[in-house]
Design a protein around this ligand. Structure first.
Ligand SMILES: *Cc1c(COP(=O)(O)O)cnc(C)c1O
Length: 392
């Protein structure tokens, strides 16, 4: 069932659905490891690739395939492989295309585990890694070497919501015959389309907005079919980062409500950002939907809307902790994209492993607070933030 004229909300409900002989309304959950064949000849044909069917759920599974097809329809990608987590997606997308002697360039403002893969894991396999200030195109250009094969970035970044000009970095990658991989978690598939901007591969942690209700881990790698078939698939099949069919089923249901949730969460996030900007206890608000974002021009160019995330600066670590502890609705958690609003103090949690110098480079201070805005009533959320700021 494919119709590329459908709007995203329609695609996210119908694309990729295959029904069993029972004609069920909701997607079927094929909780099976393997598949049986009608005959030895049928098994032989399946293994030869002459017959299209399923072989083993580490390679592919009907429920997981529905999730992958729906993601393709959303993203306008030819191919998708679903993974057990966002990190499984990102590490597979990076490692499958790199070998000893190659070079990777990544923006230094990365999700903590992504930074570990680039900075620590890659060198263990003889892959050289350079981290750059992703906001500077000169830094990207200056880091390129003849053996650079992969460029990697996220935008907006975690936690300070910096932006990277995806189209410009994609051009640098193309000129060097390298591939640009974009972690699109913070923008969601609704607000930014890296493939349209020239990126080669898009990766998601489906754990975040795609589930949206804090239940399952999952990830996705979206790309052209040739790269997926020739470079990624053998890595995926033989190293086994596959998504569980149960999680695929939950995430399929998540995709159905993604536009509604993202719209409401973004609307609340924008209102909270505006409220914070006018508050005397807040020295700085960073929100891609606001005109005072340092890269508002890039936001306007490559993003359809702001974000469900807001970052802001309080006076000190003490002030940030007092704020967090006083919140009544918003929970303290390192997670994000959930129906429940969540607050994080990056310097002491998600980014605690960075050196002081690295944190300074990313503008993460003791007073930096990251808020993931959920689905609660906007007025209630602003009220909660207001009373917690008063408690500092
Ligand atoms: C959460 C997250 C990841 C990792 O995803 P998991 O599903 O937790 O493995 C990667 N990148 C970004 C930007 C994230 O927010």
């Amino acid at each position: 069932m494919k119709n590329h004229n459908w709007q995203p909300a329609t695609r996210l409900i119908h694309s990729g659905t295959t029904r069993s002989q029972f004609g069920e309304t909701s997607e079927a959950l094929y909780l099976t490891q393997g598949f049986v064949y009608d005959s030895a000849e049928a098994a032989e044909a399946r293994f030869k690739g002459e017959d299209e069917g399923y072989v083993y759920s580490r390679y592919a599974n009907p429920t997981v395939s529905m999730f992958e097809e729906r993601m393709c329809a959303m993203e306008g990608a030819e191919a998708c492989l679903a993974t057990a987590s966002g990190m499984a997606a990102i590490s597979a997308a990076l490692m499958c295309g790199l070998k000893a002697g190659d070079h990777i360039v990544a923006a230094r403002a990365l999700f903590g585990s992504c930074r570990w893969v680039v900075e620590t894991l890659c060198p263990q396999y003889g892959i050289e890694a350079t981290l750059v200030d992703g906001r500077s195109l000169d830094a990207w250009k200056g880091a390129m070497r003849p053996n650079t094969r992969v460029l990697f970035l996220e935008s907006p970044t975690n936690p300070t919501l910096e932006l990277v000009d995806i189209a410009a970095v994609a051009e640098i990658a193309r000129d060097a015959n390298a591939r640009l991989v974009v972690d699109n978690v913070f923008a969601t598939p609704l607000y930014q389309n890296p493939l349209e901007l020239g990126a080669h591969v898009v990766v998601y942690s489906a754990t975040k907005h795609i589930d949206g209700q804090g239940r399952c881990l999952g990830g996705a790698i979206l790309s052209d079919k040739k790269w997926s078939d020739e470079t990624l698939f053998d890595y995926y099949r033989h190293t086994g980062p596959s998504m569980s069919p149960f999680n695929a089923w939950v995430l399929l249901k998540g995709l159905e409500t993604l536009p509604l949730r993202a719209r409401q969460q973004t609307e609340s996030a924008g209102a909270i950002a505006d409220f914070l900007a006018d508050h005397s206890a807040v020295s700085r608000v960073i929100y891609p939907g606001r005109a005072d974002h340092p890269q508002a021009d890039i936001a306007a160019r490559q993003m359809a809307a702001g974000s469900t995330m807001v970052a802001f600066e309080l006076a000190s670590k003490q002030a940030a902790f007092a704020f967090e502890n006083a919140l009544a609705i918003v929970g303290i958690s390192n997670n994000l994209g959930d129906a429940k609003s969540l607050v994080t103090h990056p310097a002491t949690t998600t980014h605690k492993n960075l050196s002081d110098e690295d944190r300074d480079e990313l503008s993460i201070t003791g007073g930096t607070v990251r808020l993931s805005v959920g689905l609660e009533d906007t007025g209630d959320l602003i009220g909660d933030v207001e009373q917690a700021l008063a408690a500092i």
